[in-house]
Design a protein around this ligand. Structure first.
Ligand SMILES: [Zn+2]
Length: 127
């Protein structure tokens, strides 16, 4: 119940912070010509804001990974809750949703290895 909300927060947190900093930059740039002290104050606020934003992001991510590890110990997929998970070399892969979580509980992107050779792959070398 809470994990999907935390996952959604973590998924959007970095881009929200980035957009916020772009907005602060825009306001600061406009204030530079009208009220230079305000522009300087925004820059200082933005720099010291990193002392709050970075630990909040890292903490939320660590919290989600901890909750994911708890679900993975029960043999369930942290993303969809199905019990169709298999252990792979990169972590735990769910056969229902196709996501792979590493041992820390973070979602990892795994490139599928296919047995078939497609038209773009070079032909096998002959010796
Ligand atoms: Zn799943």
């Amino acid at each position: 119940m809470f994990r999907p909300t935390l996952h959604a927060f973590n998924k959007r947190f970095a881009i929200a912070v980035f957009i916020g900093y772009i907005g602060l930059f825009s306001v600061s740039f406009l204030l530079m010509f009208v009220f230079p002290i305000g522009s300087l104050a925004i820059v200082v606020l933005a720099i010291f804001g990193l002392l709050i934003v970075v630990p909040v992001g890292a903490g939320a991510r660590a919290w989600e990974e901890g909750l994911n590890r708890r679900v993975m110990r029960r043999g369930l997929c942290p993303s969809c809750g199905e019990s169709t998970v298999i252990e792979t070399s990169t972590g735990v892969r769910c056969l229902s949703c196709g996501l792979t979580h590493d041992q820390r509980g973070a979602i990892v992107i795994v490139r599928e290895e296919s047995d078939e050779t497609d038209a773009t792959s070079p032909p096998p070398r002959e010796q």
